[in-house]
Design a protein around this ligand. Structure first.
Ligand code: SER
Length: 326
């Protein structure tokens, strides 16, 4: 292991950030990972810095103080939440990324990770097995910011040699943390309702198939991409990765194998339109060929794991969902 690696995670309290931070701590050691977010967390195990990523000076001060060599920039406003205030979403998503790119360029940061999303695709892309290089006409401001961010990542690589790497995540499903403001969030919430034996109101139609990935696969993909030799990372915009694809009806059928009485009502809202503009499945052959990507979890194993882990958590904690957050 590179003994000099020092990692800054921006957005460490989020759905993916909280789990990824723990994996990075395990891999590199507590003293080599600086978690950061807008607010600190009580009882956080490790180093935590409060950073508002719209403040470039604050990021730079932390990068210099800890001699940071890698930044994982996970802070963003997601697809559904982002539509409430499009211009503010654009400002925040772009400004924070530009700050990371500039601080990295000016302070010799070795590697940057930028999460992109299936939200970069729109009506012009094939719905099934969407290729990596499909035409991008995103329908949400979140998707527009991610498509622009991918191009800026490539620009900094080509112009300045900054080693920015990126993945287009499908909807991420995990028991460890809760998502916030996304169109794929239903696929996490549904498991909580099942375990609590409550009725679930689904904001998508029963046949709204979307690409999804289990948290363990998503974290492993991120670490594998960041570990790959520089010359293997041939795409400098972003890599499609696929886990599995399913619709609400399919996940309900899987849950009912364990909870036969599980009740669901479908009340699609504006998020259904967003879902319809996204791929149903992704062609991830570039990631497979370039750096060996391969998912491990299917819908059955995701469902078994989600239900088992959430049962344990709810047994230990109260019924308050917030206690499930790190
Ligand atoms: N999970 C995200 C969302 O739904 C997509 O990247 O917004």
């Amino acid at each position: 292991m590179d003994t000099e690696t020092v990692i800054l995670v921006i957005g460490a309290n989020g759905q993916l950030g909280s789990v990824l931070t723990k994996s990075l701590q395990q891999k590199f050691g507590l003293e080599r990972v600086i978690a950061s977010d807008l607010r600190s967390i009580d009882d956080f195990h490790g180093i935590f810095e409060v950073i508002d990523a719209t403040n470039r000076n604050k990021i730079e001060e932390v990068v210099i103080r800890y001699k940071v060599t890698q930044i994982y920039h996970l802070a963003a406003i997601l697809s559904a939440k982002g539509e409430e205030n499009p211009l503010q979403t654009w400002d925040i998503n772009m400004k924070t990324f530009f700050n990371v790119l500039e601080v990295s360029r000016l302070n010799q940061v070795d590697k940057v990770f930028f999460p992109s999303s299936i939200a970069v695709f729109g009506e012009e892309a094939p719905l099934n097995d969407t290729p990596n290089n499909a035409y991008l006409n995103p329908s949400t401001v979140y998707g527009i910011s991610k498509a622009a961010g991918e191009n800026w990542a490539q620009y900094y690589f080509l112009k300045y040699g900054l080693d920015v790497r990126s993945i287009r995540y499908p909807g991420v499903i995990g028991y460890q943390s809760l998502p916030g403001g996304g169109t794929t969030d239903y696929a996490v919430d549904i498991y909580h309702k099942a375990v609590l034996e409550e009725e679930f109101s689904c904001f998508l139609n029963e046949d709204a198939t979307l690409p999804m990935i289990f948290m363990d696969d998503a974290v492993r993909a991120t670490l594998e991409l960041m570990d790959a030799p520089k010359e293997s990372v041939k795409l400098r915009t972003s890599y499609n990765i696929a886990g599995i694809s399913f619709s609400p009806a399919e996940v309900v059928a899987e849950i009912r194998k364990l909870y036969p009485d599980f009740k669901v009502i479908y009340e699609p809202d504006f998020r259904q339109n967003i879902a319809e503009s996204w791929p149903k499945s992704m062609d991830d052959s570039a990631a497979r060929n370039d750096w060996g990507w391969k998912p491990q979890f299917d819908l059955e194993s995701i469902t078994e794991t989600m239900i088992q882990k959430l049962k344990e958590k709810y047994k230990k904690g109260s019924k308050n969902r917030e206690v499930l957050m790190f």
